[in-house]
Design a protein around this ligand. Sequence first.
Ligand code: ADP
Length: 278
Amino acid sequence: MSEKSIVSLQKIREVIKERMKNIKYKIMVLSGKGGVGKSMVTANLAVALSLKGYDVAILDADLHGPTIPKMFGIENETITGFSAGIIPVTTGNKISIVSIDFMLPSEDTPVVWRGPIKTKAIMEFLSSVVWGCKDFLLIDLPPGTGDEALSIAQFIPNVDGVVIVTIPSLVSQHVVRKAISFAQKLDIPILGIIENMSYFRCPQCGQIHYIFGEKGGEAIAEEMNIDFLGAIPIDRRIAECSDRGESFLVKYPDSEIAKSFMNIAEQIIKKVENRKNG
Ligand code: ADP
């Protein structure tokens, strides 16, 4: 990389830091691999925090599969640029969202930039965002632990913690180890593991089926000495809500799943507050 590009990346990093200075807690959501429900967890955690009265924003940095806008039903929105910068899109539940998706001319446009150009483009975009004062910023990183996730993660200053999403399968447990060492490499505290798609409860007979294996997320948390934050079962209502852009927690507030998300949110709040207050 030329000296000029290093200087310009350094500048972008400083501008992003300045832009994010009024965000109290920045939390990354990470998964070892794609398709485990990382974005669904990010979206529902954001709603849980917002229902608890916090001012929440999401940065959807998943370059190749930005799904957060669709999950909030705002995929047709465009972000507005003012002289001061880009203003995030606000959802019905008052969550501010910035996604690479808003930059693309149409829903079907793939991101075709390569390597460092891609990262630089998203960082330049990020350096223009006017976040304002927020309690929480949840950052939905690209899946995996490759260069892309790493370079984006390195641009976000002073991250307060990482939440790791996994499913119980052995394959997922294998990649979770990578996600853990990724967070350690970045020197960011790991707040805990959330096990998604833990089981399926038959709506007719109530029997529980462990589709991807039993308690794999709990096992890996214990093995790696990381807190286990909670389990979310497979439920078609989750997929339906994501597809329709509806909030599961608002629609099914009394469900076990909604209670799990509220409980996970409470644990995260306690952990980051305890850390900040020494
Ligand atoms: P990732 O961000 O890890 O790639 P997503 O959050 O986009 O994964 O989830 C992939 C798909 O699976 C989405 O359609 C989502 O609604 C669905 N999904 C995720 N978790 C569950 C669950 N526990 N039950 C049912 N569907 C789920």
